[in-house]
Design a protein around this ligand. Structure first.
Ligand code: FEO
Length: 174
């Protein structure tokens, strides 16, 4: 059985993942409004991935006979000055998420809840990727700063990003 502390913290993380999804959907819509379809696509894929993260945690609580209690999603920013602002915010936000995941892992270790520790390994690795991809995007956008044609090309490249279902969900669908 999950400890109350871990159950509550995982439940809170579901809310945090859904808030992340909403944040990235908001960035996607702002990019659409600015005519940047590729940037909008990049953040739309991000919104789908964040929903996967919430789903993995919901599936996990359900599998441990621990009820999922959905909470309200707090409002998100709806407009950004530049594309660089969006990706800087993405990196800043993902660093916060990394600390939340680390905190969950610390509680699971304290509880000697090995199943939870094992489940969280995927999230620990995912956060390394999330921060790395945000840093890569900051570098890419900085590289074309002030160059309209460069931004046009980068936007076209970002339009090719495709969503892939998170592996824990793909595995459970087999
Ligand atoms: Fe769910 Fe972007 O971490």
């Amino acid at each position: 059985m999950l400890s109350t502390k871990l159950h509550t913290a995982i439940n809170d993380q579901i809310n945090a993942e859904l808030w992340s999804a909403y944040l990235y959907l908001s960035m996607s819509m702002d990019a659409e409004a600015k005519g940047l379809k590729g940037v909008a696509n990049w953040f739309y894929v991000q919104w789908l991935e964040e929903q996967d993260h919430a789903r993995i945690l919901m599936n996990y609580l359900n599998s441990r006979d621990a009820k999922v209690t959905l909470k309200p999603i707090e409002p998100v920013q709806t407009e950004w000055g530049t594309v660089l602002d969006m990706f800087n915010k993405t990196l800043e936000h993902e660093k916060v998420v990394t600390s939340l995941i680390n905190n969950l892992a610390a509680i699971a270790a304290e509880d000697k809840d090995f199943a939870s520790s094992n489940m969280l390994v995927w999230f620990i690795n995912e956060q390394v990727e999330e921060e790395e991809s945000a840093r890569e995007m900051i570098f890419a956008v900085e590289s074309v700063e002030g160059n309209k044609y460069g931004m046009y090309q980068l936007d076209k490249e970002l339009a090719t990003r495709v969503y892939t279902q998170a592996s824990p969900l793909a595995a459970s669908a087999e």
